[in-house]
Design a protein around this ligand. Structure first.
Ligand SMILES: [Zn+2]
Length: 316
């Protein structure tokens, strides 16, 4: 059984995350706020508590401006009939459009201590496991991510699918990624690809949702209580407690959710220092898993040598 472990993953996307659902000034304001305030504050809470998180960042926002996207086959979703990049400023950059581009944020995260893991949240936040997506686009998205990874000197380790719509796993593995976040509470799953040969992070997970809409009536104390319960359970039973959210979520009703997150991180940090549990990134956990499997099987570490069993079988 895995020793008590907490994983924190963050989907960083500025305005890329929901323009296909609704595009308005509020979305851009949220993106800009995340760029200017949300990310620096969150990073500060992590570092002052000595905690490393996995930041899954939309590849296109890692750059100062949009690269040539003509190599990406168009998607064809029924809910968004425009070309995917319609709203993205073609000639803008981070200084004119910080709600879309965050190269400086990436630098900030990259140089933080303790070290943070930088992963990918696809290249352009297209929905992988969704009608209208093609295998060609998926492969191209992975290729664009890998290209940016090379440019910026970051590894292709961890991947988080937009809206957790997991699909095209064999292609993800072929692109060199070693882990992705699986969501156990998916309402829909269009992909027929079952987890076969890539280390996935599948664990009891807890999504911190934003305070917008009816959720603003959820008392902050009850959010914190649920997080504490997760810590308590993993301390008692072992296994993995995976907490994930979007830095963008901190915008609605700010600073309510930021305060909840700050308290949680402080408590987590005390427990880590006391040796009650450990906090790992997705990549560290996947690596540990691969090593253990390789030792048990006496085989090499090539991705093709993964067993059929998913991570869940291993950690529970
Ligand atoms: Zn997202």
């Amino acid at each position: 059984m895995t020793q008590p472990t907490v994983v924190i993953s963050l989907d960083l996307e500025l305005s890329w995350g929901s323009f296909d659902l609704s595009f308005d000034d509020e979305l851009l304001k949220m993106g800009r706020w995340t760029h200017d305030i949300g990310v620096p504050n969150l990073l500060n809470h992590l570092t002052r508590n000595g905690i490393s998180a996995s930041w899954a960042v939309v590849g296109a926002m890692m750059r100062p401006s949009l690269p040539d996207v003509s190599g990406l086959p168009e998607v064809n979703y029924s809910h968004f009939s425009k070309p995917w990049f319609s709203y993205i400023p073609k000639y803008g950059d981070e200084s004119t459009h910080p709600e879309w581009f965050g190269a400086s944020l990436l630098k900030m995260i990259k140089s933080a201590k303790p070290e943070q893991e930088i992963g990918f949240h696809s290249f352009s936040h297209v929905l992988f496991g969704w009608p209208g997506m093609t295998r060609e686009r998926a492969i191209a998205e992975y290729r664009y991510c890998a290209q940016i990874a090379r440019e910026l000197g970051i590894p292709t380790t961890c991947f988080v699918f937009p809206r957790n719509l997991v699909a095209y796993l064999a292609e993800l593995r072929d692109a060199g990624f070693t882990c992705f976040r699986d969501a156990s509470e998916l309402a829909f799953r269009f992909s027929k690809n079952k987890l076969k040969s890539i280390g996935a992070i599948l664990a009891e997970s807890f999504l911190i949702r934003c305070e917008a809409g009816w959720r603003k009536y959820i008392p902050d104390s009850s959010r914190l209580r649920r997080l504490r319960k997760g810590l308590e359970r993993v301390r008692r039973n072992g296994g993995i407690f995976h907490v994930w959210f979007h830095p963008e979520n901190l915008y609605a009703e700010w600073p309510r959710l930021e305060n909840v997150v700050a308290c949680f991180l402080e408590e987590l940090s005390v427990q880590v220092r006391n040796g009650d549990l450990r906090c790992l990134t997705m990549g560290q956990l996947a690596n540990e898993f691969r090593t253990k499997v390789a030792i048990e099987q006496g085989c090499n570490l090539s991705p093709a040598s993964f067993p059929e069993a998913g991570y869940a079988n291993y950690v529970t």
